[in-house]
Design a protein around this ligand. Structure first.
Ligand code: NAD
Length: 416
């Protein structure tokens, strides 16, 4: 039976394939096929009931050719070294695509945060900062929110880092609360950035129609804001899901704010209204666009043949396996790849870091307008590359990233 390769293995395959197309420098290729630093730490925690439990955390720094390492922090029971390896590599590629002066890293703790009290979660986060403090810093490596992490957790990281280093700039982490140097609109930025990407792509290809139907998998930091802005931009959201289940409303959700309020109160979307469906079935509905905004491998060799939507907007990192992609390309589906589609998050993180370092404070309107400009530029560059190399959008994004990395590499390296 056919298997879906692990996210890191499949990324290496695609890296090698695209490196060949542009004749990437061999030294640079070997560098990108490996991580520069890989730290695993143990984090013993005294639980509220007095018991001691040991958690494990990772911080992986893939590459810093373009600037300080940058990448989110994930809290999830399925966090693994292989997953963080892929995620940190994708950060290097994404930062090159969106053209911000950052390298790529990622971190995570193997934990289900829903099983910890707030106090336990804070202690665990602070002990993680103590364990990785030598690796991070405003000019070294800058964490940000990812799955199951949020501004509150970023605030603890900034505070613990300050306690240890006395660096008060807060630029060690992005996605912070506004009161301690956070960016207006950072929370919305990944979802909104994805909407800018989608709209620009549809217009460039004369595919935009009013009321295009959309199904979204994942209703967290990213999926919730994608739903909100897609609705505002004239799309029709007919299905949503989270880990607790899916809801399908063919007439379309009218108020995403209400869905969010229901989710906050009930901890799940299930029961909000519409028809109940299994959480992963939202991807198989008869809609124009599907938006995977949850975890890796959501679209794999098992469900790829059942996908009906013409367009897949990858707001999650790595939601499509290579095997699924092959099948979907044969079926002439359009995949707008993660390293382009969800790069609004790191673009906004760059704005936040820049603000912190330069003592500035932009309004939400200014942030959204800068974000729009960045996303439109990136989409145009990827679409131009897909025409130049006659390739799909994922390969075109990789080629763009590698071209940019190679240009910088050539300026920095003595042998070239
Ligand atoms: P989150 O924890 O806020 O939300 C994840 C959502 O996915 C939750 O609603 C969860 O219930 C749901 N989910 C999990 N498994 C599911 C399943 N099988 N079916 C349906 N729903 C499921 O995380 P997030 O920050 O929104 O991140 C989502 C994805 O976007 C991840 O791949 C992340 O790496 C990527 N991403 C996030 C950011 C960011 O700024 N937060 C930036 C770029 C990329």
């Amino acid at each position: 039976m056919k298997n879906d390769h692990s996210p890191w293995v499949r990324s290496q395959e695609l890296l090698k394939k695209t490196a060949k197309i542009i004749g990437l420098d061999k030294f640079l290729l070997e560098t990108l096929l490996h991580h520069q630093k890989d730290l695993k730490v143990s984090l013993p925690l005294r639980l509220d009931n007095g018991q001691i439990k040991v958690f494990f955390g990772f911080r992986l720094q893939h590459n810093n050719l373009l600037g300080p390492y940058k990448g989110g922090l994930r809290y999830h029971p399925k966090v693994s070294e292989d997953e963080i390896k892929a995620l940190s590599f994708w950060m290097t590629m994404k930062n090159a695509v969106i053209d911000v002066p950052f390298g790529g890293s990622k971190g995570g703790i193997v934990v289900n945060p829903k099983e910890l009290s707030l106090k336990e979660l804070e202690t665990l986060t602070r002990s993680f900062v103590k364990a990785i403090v030598d690796l991070i810093g405003p000019d070294k490596d800058i964490p940000a929110p990812d799955v199951n992490t949020n501004p509150k957790i970023m605030g603890w990281i900034a505070d613990e880092y300050y306690k240890i280093t006395k660096d008060h700039s807060n630029a060690v982490v992005t996605g912070k609360p506004l009161e301690i140097g956070g960016l207006q609109g950072r929370t919305e930025a990944t979802g909104l950035g994805g909407v800018f990407v989608l709209k620009t792509f549809l217009h460039l290809n004369s595919l935009f129609k009013s009321k295009m139907t959309v199904a979204i998998q994942g209703f967290g930091n990213v999926g919730r804001w994608a739903a909100e802005f897609l609705l505002k931009e004239g799309f029709k959201i007919v299905a949503l899901s989270d880990s607790g289940g899916g809801i399908y409303l063919p007439s379309g959700f009218k108020d995403i704010e209400k869905v969010q309020a229901f989710k906050v109160k009930n901890k799940t979307l299930s029961g909000f209204g519409g028809q109940k469906i299994e959480h992963d079935k939202v991807l198989e509905l008869p809609v124009d666009i599907i938006v995977p905004a949850a975890l890796e491998n959501a679209i794999n060799h098992k469900n790829a043949s059942k996908i009906q939507a013409k367009i897949i907007l990858e707001l999650a990192n790595g939601p499509t396996t290579n095997e699924a992609e092959e099948l979907l390309q044969k079926r002439e589906k359009i995949i707008i790849p993660d390293i382009l589609a969800n790069s609004g998050g790191v673009a906004a993180s760059y704005f936040e870091w820049f603000q912190n370092k330069n003592g500035q404070g932009w309004t939400k309107k200014e942030v959204f307008s800068k974000l729009k400009e960045k996303m439109e530029k990136a989409v145009s560059a990827v679409v131009a590359n897909s025409k130049k190399y006659k390739t799909n959008l994922r390969d075109a994004s990789y080629l763009l990233a590698l071209e940019r990395l190679q240009k910088v590499y050539k300026q920095k390296s003595t042998s070239n």
